[in-house]
Design a protein around this ligand. Structure first.
Ligand code: PHE
Ligand code: ZN
Length: 904
């Protein structure tokens, strides 16, 4: 078992099996804040009572980084002790409610962890999920304790004109009396009970965009987006996204806004993307601020999803919350699923929906599959953790969303909506488990496969690891039958040696030589359909036979990526080319192209082929790519996805032993060949998709920009080999003339990544143009730290960037833009034979850990997959991790990550 220690001795492992209900309930909380950056005073008056279901025991309140001044019980001084950070009170009344008054102070200005109450740009913000509320006051800091909140904020009127908290504004005005000159107050009452992780306050100089809306039921609501003065011109898209979210949740799930006032506030110092505090969402500026001059199409679409995501939490997360943090995916998996569906439903057509699905699957496969195969692998509902902050993972979020998606697949879209309705009928206002959720969806659909298979289906919650599905097909021409044999397995993960079979919904089609789906008829005659058949696999080995199959088909398996599994099928190149040309399922059409590219990449990596000047990709592949690029009916966004090679990270995952330099070299060589072999086609694509009309971030025009961006990159790459200067010149021109950030940044990227001399002046001009736009400067830093390595120039450049006057390690976005872009997103530059990349990594992990353990622990995960590395990378990566692990002064966050990485 994993041994962890820190300066206070071994860190505690928290186990799901140890859950017990709280010994006390907190009914109401009155908080009064005297806000001062150096020392904020917090008066916390709570009404508590014993939980009659739990044996009589002392009250143990969580607290962290607090100075305790006074404790009163029912207005009287009370005896207490501090035990390992907890405030312990014995001899509390046995019967009925009692009042507990606690007076503490904290130091927001010194709070660089950005958990609890902190200062950013002279304003106050809070972040309480998962366990930040205990840094504000002593409390039962667990999600199953839900209370009514009344909050009074008191602060200097000039410095902090805006005072916000959850719920409705009840009272506000000037403070009176001596010592209160120039101070004001505001009192907020939240009409809904909530766990303390959903508490929030904001105070500062902010301006807001407002919108009044009327719900279907005729109720009026006020929507507000608060930003720093000067950022108002970047709030329109967030407000539109919020309005669209309100409409969508009511239309699709019958879930209406339950608040008179719904606020979003942006801050530039934030550990994550955003936070769903009840009625007062706090967002990273990156997911709020956008206009065409400063934000890319990707930013616009991320804002739409994140605004949706946080808004949808208002029901899935806030109205029904988690019983304990092991149930985190109850709210996160479900809410990611909902935001994915929201974005898809906003798409104009089926092709745009497919593009969104492909993008989501790409994230799952490049980030979650590696996590599931590495030292941090954990089930969607984990069994234990040391630091809960380390479990805000792609497994909880993205795999959790896939699990919910499979439920919808098994019960149908309407059945799933019925399930959600039942879930709220049963559990509204309470704190529940993943079991409760799955049970509600199944019970609302008693005849469904989900209902029949529920205990087995729930293995998706309990077993970690990505299942591997192996499929073999055989066609019997005489009998006109086609049989598909399927077998599933799942590799061991830490603490889980053997796995039981999963329920795997496999969406299948048979593509004929004409390119159309063949009619599907099962052997027992039960089904006859054209299109896709849903096979619900439950056994380790299964087979399915289709009859009356007139010709040998190409199977299209796992359409729409119907389950989060790895699929092996021994396709011939010709079969993949058929699917790439014709598969009616756009996901598998894209996938066929990826498989072809992956196959070439893997062969080349294993061979000792010299890469320069060689012909690496066969003509059939090149021709297929040309036909996709020139296709008359496919849209640009889809073409861009097909013509983008699988990422280095994804390629690495397919290999037993990883030589990052070889992968990088092979992928670059393939890219270069695609660039020159298709030069005329790229040129056509660039010209045929020229800007048409005013900028709009919709899927059609953003698809055009994505394809022209890729074309320009490829044309600059081809120019690098041919020495031609026309395309770099055109890229430079586009960089200067573009009327939007997407085109401008794509042009800059094309210059930087082809290593052209014009990149230098362009980067300098870009900095001058946007020196006052922090989110744009993040892009400027990230582009350089993530740029293509040619002879080891990136690391020295990154070290230089750390010394740039605009660099600031305390700001997570800026730290990520340089350090993560290098360590986590630029494998070709990071994995150096001289180990200098790893040395850089260990220095930054330690440096960041003293400032912000959550951010440090995320960076620590950059070397998760070190055991797969070839020598000399493997040994030097291990040494770097050991250097971090050897430090006595480490946060629990980083300690847990490096200990797991080193465990065998
Ligand atoms: N609950 C937030 C979300 O997914 C994420 C978050 C977690 C933010 C912890 C801050 C801290 O929407
Ligand atoms: Zn969330």
């Amino acid at each position: 078992m994993l041994q962890l220690r820190d300066s206070n001795g071994p860190a505690a492992v928290i186990r799901r099996a140890d859950y017990s209900a709280p010994a006390f309930w907190i009914d109401s909380v009155h908080l009064t804040f005297d806000l001062d950056p150096a020392k904020t005073r917090v008066l916390n008056k709570m009404t508590l009572r014993r939980n009659p279901d739990v044996s009589v025991q002392p009250l143990r309140l969580d607290g962290e980084a607090l100075n305790l001044a006074r404790v009163l019980v029912n207005g009287q001084g009370a005896s207490f002790k501090l035990d390992g950070g907890k405030l312990v009170l014995e001899n509390l009344p046995l019967e009925g409610a009692f009042e507990l008054e606690i007076f503490t102070t904290c130091e927001p200005l010194k709070n660089t962890s950005l958990s609890g109450l902190y200062v950013s740009n002279d304003s106050f913000f809070t972040q309480c999920e998962a366990e930040g509320f205990r840094r504000i006051t002593y409390f039962l800091d667990r999600p199953d304790v839900m209370a009514n909140y009344t909050v009074t904020l008191r602060a200097d009127q000039q410095k902090y004109p805006v005072l916000l908290s959850n719920g409705n504004l009840m009272d506000s005005g000037a403070l009176e009396g001596t010592g209160n000159e120039g101070r004001h107050f505001a009192t907020w009452v939240d009409p809904h009970k909530k766990p303390c992780y959903l508490f929030a306050l904001v105070a500062g100089q902010l301006v807001c965009r407002e919108q009044r809306i009327t719900s279907r039921a005729g109720k009026e609501h006020l929507l507000q987006v608060y930003v720093r003065p000067g950022d108002m011109d970047k709030t329109e898209h967030a407000m539109h996204s919020l309005m669209a979210s309100v409409v969508w949740d009511e239309a699709r799930f019958g879930l209406a806004l339950d608040l008179e006032r719904f606020m979003i506030v942006a801050t530039s110092d934030f550990n994550m993307g955003a936070m769903e505090n009840k009625g007062l969402n706090i967002f990273n500026t990156k997911y709020v601020l956008a206009n065409q001059a400063t934000a890319t199409d990707a930013d616009f679409s991320n804002i739409e999803s994140v605004v949706g995501h946080e808004y949808f939490h208002n029901w899935t997360g806030n109205r029904i919350t988690c019983r304990d943090w092991f149930q985190l995916s109850l709210k996160e998996g479900l809410t990611v699923f909902r935001d994915q569906e929201f974005s898809m439903d906003l798409c104009a057509d089926a092709s745009a929906r497919a593009v969104k699905r492909i993008e989501d699957v790409r994230v799952l496969r490049t980030a979650q599959f590696p996590e599931d195969a590495g030292p941090m692998a954990h089930p969607v509902r984990p069994d234990s953790y040391i630091e809960i902050n380390n479990f805000y993972t792609v497994t909880i979020y993205e795999k959790g969303a896939e699990v919910v998606r499979m439920m919808q697949t098994l019960v149908g879209r309407a059945g799933f909506a019925k399930g959600i309705t039942l879930y709220f009928a049963r559990h509204d206002g309470s704190a529940v488990t993943c079991d409760d959720f799955a049970q509600a969806i199944a019970d609302a659909n008693p005849d469904s496969a989900l209902s029949k298979l529920l205990p087995q289906f729930k293995r998706w919650y309990s077993q970690a690891g990505t299942p591997r599905l192996q499929a073999k097909g055989s066609y019997d021409a005489a009998a006109q039958t086609y049989t598909l044999n399927l077998s599933q397995s799942c590799a061991a993960t830490p603490g889980q040696e053997a796995k039981e079979p999963f329920v795997i919904p496999v969406s299948l089609g048979l593509v004929g030589s004409s390119g159309a789906d063949l009619p599907l008829q099962l052997q027992d005659g039960s089904t006859s359909e054209r299109g896709s058949h849903l096979l619900v696999m439950t056994q380790a080995d299964e087979s399915i036979t289709f009859v009356n199959v007139a010709e040998e088909p190409v199977p299209s398996i796992l359409r729409g990526f119907s389950a989060p599994v790895l699929l092996d099928f021994d396709y011939s190149d010709a079969q993949l080319l058929t699917l790439l040309a014709f598969d009616p399922d756009p996901f598998n059409r894209w996938e066929a192209g990826q498989r072809l590219a992956l196959r070439s990449a893997i062969q080349l990596i294993a061979s000792d082929t010299l890469l320069t000047g060689a012909t690496l990709l066969n003509d059939a592949y090149i021709e297929a790519m040309r036909s996709v690029l020139r296709h008359l009916a496919l849209d640009a966004a889809f073409k861009e996805l097909v013509l983008t090679l699988p990422s280095e990270t994804y390629i690495a995952e397919q290999l037993e032993v990883v030589d990052p330099q070889r992968i990088h070299a092979v992928r670059e060589a393939m890219r270069a060949q695609l660039a020159s072999a298709l030069a005329a086609d790229w040129q056509w694509a660039f010209e045929a998709h020229a800007p048409n009309g005013a900028y709009r971030p919709d899927t059609v025009s953003s698809g055009r920009r994505a394809l022209t961006g890729l074309a320009l990159t490829q044309l600059c790459l081809a120019a690098r080999d041919s020495g031609d200067s026309v395309w770099p010149g055109k890229a430079y021109q586009r960089f200067k003339d573009a009327d939007n950030m997407t085109d401008r940044f794509n042009a800059l990227t094309a210059l930087v990544n082809s290593g052209h001399a014009l990149a230098t002046p362009a980067l300098a001009q870009f900095h001058t143009l946007f020196k006052n736009e922090e989110l744009v400067l993040d892009k400027w830093f990230a582009l350089q730290a993530g740029s293509c390595d040619r002879g080891g120039q990136v690391l020295p450049a990154v070290r230089q960037l750390l010394k740039h006057p605009d660099f600031n390690l305390r700001n997570p976005n800026r730290a990520r833009s340089v350090i993560f872009s290098y360590c986590s997103a630029n494998p070709g530059a990071f994995h150096r034979a001289d180990a200098a990349g790893y040395v850089f990594w260990s220095e930054r992990v330690l440096e960041l850990d003293r400032i912000n353990p959550q951010v440090a622990a995320r960076l620590a995960r950059a070397l998760d997959r070190w055991k797969k590395l070839a020598e000399p990378y493997r040994s030097s990566a291990r040494q770097a991790i050991e250097r971090v692990a050897d430090k006595l002064e480490l946060s629990n966050d980083v300690r847990e990550v490096v200990s797991r990485a080193l465990a065998d």
